[in-house]
Design a protein. Structure first.
Lengths: 315, 371
């Protein structure tokens, strides 16, 4: 058995003139949570669907647990669990029956406790409800439970939280953190930075069909955004003058705060000292490291699709 | 092929079907309603007993003989119309499609003709009728026959050309018995065609097929379970139709091994067509529109509801290219006419069609997103 759960070599997928995935290569270790991060249309779903055996590559090689996706589809199916993008199921079939159905498709070679899976995704109360009556978040959680019904070695989750409200999203994250703790190999696609940062061991950033950066979230931030962000609240004219005098260009936000990019902690100390000496005033301050979002913006020059974390307006 | 997987799929299909109450009701009840409605409408045809309105302006013993002659045929229930009223107005007011009027000089003309050998004497009986009524011409034909016989009697010459009826069927069949095999064939066609189109487009649009393609279920498992589901539905629906028909109309049909043979061939033919359709027409709404476009000509032109002989020649020729025609006529040959040879020939024709279209459907049904 190979050290890598997934090996992708020079994978390319074309639809006519459009190149959806352009010569990408990467490897996913056993037991790792790997996130493919990128905006809509970047090629995330095409990539993951080729790895899951739903689509066929135009060229390149993909191996899952040493098996070739183009040749060994039937041997691969029992080893993977898939939550496809926009997962949906039979409207009139209950949560428990749906689990039983998928469990029967895989046979009972591995004994999986359906009730334990339903409990894992917190759907005990809904076990007898028909699929059509579930809310979006509950449907996604059922989809995750179904992806686990064959006790797979690799779990694929294609945009598991897209379209969910923030609370439902957190509930899904709880389930995914449980998988991570259990040591499952998880392949995740998402366009939420927060999600990738919270869950992934390795993040690959994909843009226009190419992987433009890859590494742990901490490394990506370290390598691509080696600065600090200082936010000051309710600054007066004197303070602005001091900042300007130090050669910094403040960004003004709608809520009256200003943001400054500085290279070191020392710079922050200097700014604060200068303001103190000049008697300038401000009401509050915040210092933080940049997150994946800033890395993403720097690398791609485009804003990620985002509905929730509300920082888009702050840039 | 994996029977455990096929079974799991079948359970889901059947549960989905019976939990969708409205759809289930219409699938099972629609053919039943057709049988009840058409069976009742055409019940008159079977007993051939007409209401006849008779206005006798002569009011003599001789004119009364006409009424007696008509009554003795057993085909008419005679209602008398007051000689004082206007027959046409009476027919309009009472929505009567035919009033037979015996003229006031009937006895006089009769005496003239018979006793004085005046061969130029005659009596004109008038049919006051509504040409828009469909059964009125039958009624007038029967009256013509009765009067021809009476004329014959009056001329005192025995008829030279006589006729004798020899039915090619062992027994006279009723319209409802002709109708029921057609409805069975039609109901199974509709269920199989729409069942397949709906389930395939729905699963594709909802992305369930994408999920299934990452599990061990194969295309063959999926198609087999759909076929079994449709056969189960067809058997249930046929049973209900037959039970209702026997109970309500007291029909007498020949139920034998041909019935399941044609049911299965009907299912395979239209599941096959459904699979081909879903491949050609990807959008759910256009797919069911296309299914309608196939179903309606089939329903009306293949002789499901009425005998093909009623249609013009070119439509009869067209019917012979419709697969449903062979199922209709094959079922009738087996169930009504006890004609095993015809049933066999038609079963062979539709069997070949079913095999081709079903294999085509299997080939074009896509399981992967592919491309």
């Amino acid at each position: 058995m190979t050290e890598y759960a997934i090996e992708v070599e020079r994978l390319t997928k074309r639809y006519g003139d459009l190149t959806a995935v352009n010569d990408i290569s990467f490897k996913v270790r056993q037991g790792e949570v790997f996130a493919l991060l990128g905006p809509n249309g970047a090629g995330k779903t095409t990539t993951v669907e080729i790895i899951e055996t739903i689509r066929r590559p135009t060229s390149g090689k993909v191996h899952l647990l040493g098996m070739d996706v183009a040749r060994d589809k039937r041997d691969i199916a029992p080893c993977i669990g898939v939550l496809p993008q926009g997962f949906s199921s039979f409207d009139r079939i209950t949560v428990r029956e749906t689990m039983q159905y998928y469990s029967r498709l895989f046979g009972h070679r591995k004994k999986v406790d359906i009730d334990a899976l339903i409990a894992l995704v917190n759907l005990e109360d809904k076990a007898k409800e028909q699929y059509a009556t579930l809310s979006g978040g509950l449907k996604q959680r059922l989809g995750i439970a179904i992806a686990l019904v064959n006790d797979p070695e690799i779990v694929f989750l294609d945009e598991p939280t897209t379209g969910l409200d923030p609370r439902a999203r957190r509930e899904v994250w709880e389930v995914l953190l449980g998988l991570k703790r259990a040591g499952k190999t998880v392949f995740l696609t998402t366009h939420y930075m927060e999600e990738a940062e919270l869950l992934a061991d390795t993040v690959a950033i994909i843009s226009s069909g190419r992987i433009i950066a890859m590494g742990s979230p901490a490394h990506l931030i370290e390598d691509n955004a080696d600065y600090l962000i200082l936010t000051l609240q309710s600054v007066d004219e004197k303070a602005l003058a001091i900042v300007g005098g130090m050669g910094l260009e403040p960004e003004h936000n709608d809520d009256g705060t200003i943001q400054l990019r500085v290279a070191h902690m020392d710079d922050i100390r200097k700014i604060l000292n200068a303001m103190n000496n000049a008697g300038a005033s401000f009401l509050g301050m915040d210092v933080r490291k940049p997150n994946l979002e800033q890395v993403f913006l720097k690398l791609t020059g485009e804003a990620p699709d985002d509905g929730v974390n509300g920082e888009k307006g702050a840039q | 092929m994996n029977l455990r997987v096929v079974g799991a799929n079948l359970v889901v299909s059947i549960k989905s079907f019976y939990r969708e109450k409205t759809a289930m009701f219409f699938t099972i009840m629609f053919p039943i309603l057709l049988i009840l409605v058409f069976g009742t409408i055409f019940m008159d045809d079977d007993k051939l007993n007409f209401n006849l309105y008779l206005q006798d302006l002569d009011q003599t013993e001789t004119s009364a003989e006409i009424a007696q002659a008509l009554e003795s045929t057993g085909k008419f229930n005679i209602t008398r119309v007051d000689p004082a009223v206007d027959a046409a107005q009476y027919a309009k007011d009472n929505k009567v499609n035919l009033v037979l009027v015996i003229p006031g000089d009937y006895e006089k003309a009769y005496t003239q003709y018979l006793q004085f050998d005046d061969l130029s004497a005659f009596a004109t009986l008038r049919y006051i009728y509504d040409p828009s009524s469909s059964s009125v011409s039958d009624k007038m034909q029967i009256l013509d026959m009765v009067f021809a016989r009476m004329n014959q009697g009056l001329s005192a010459m025995p008829p030279f050309i006589r006729t004798a009826e020899v039915s090619i069927h062992t027994r006279k069949y009723r319209f409802i018995e002709f109708f029921i095999p057609g409805i069975i064939a039609m109901a199974i066609m509709t269920e199989s065609l729409f069942g397949t189109v709906n389930v395939n487009t729905e699963l594709r649009q909802k992305g369930i097929i994408r999920k299934l393609s990452t599990t061990p279920i194969t295309r063959a498992d999926w198609i087999l379970s759909n076929i079994l589901h449709q056969i189960i539905l067809a058997v249930i629906s046929t049973t209900v139709m037959l039970v209702v028909s026997y109970a309500v109309f007291d029909i007498s049909l020949n139920i034998n091994a041909w019935l399941p043979v044609f049911i299965v061939l009907d299912v395979f033919s239209f599941v096959g067509i459904g699979m081909v359709l879903t491949r050609i027409v990807q959008e759910a709404q256009s797919a069911s529109a296309a299914a309608n476009a196939i179903m309606f000509p089939m329903m009306f032109l293949s002789g499901s509801f009425f005998p093909l002989e009623m249609m013009p020649d070119f439509l009869q020729a067209f019917a012979r290219v419709l697969p449903l025609y062979y199922i209709n006529e094959g079922l009738r040959a087996a169930m009504v006419f006890h004609d095993n040879l015809t049933a066999f020939i038609y079963a062979a024709i539709i069997g070949a069609f079913a095999a081709i279209v079903f294999m085509l459907g299997m080939m074009v049904t896509r399981w992967e997103e592919g491309k």
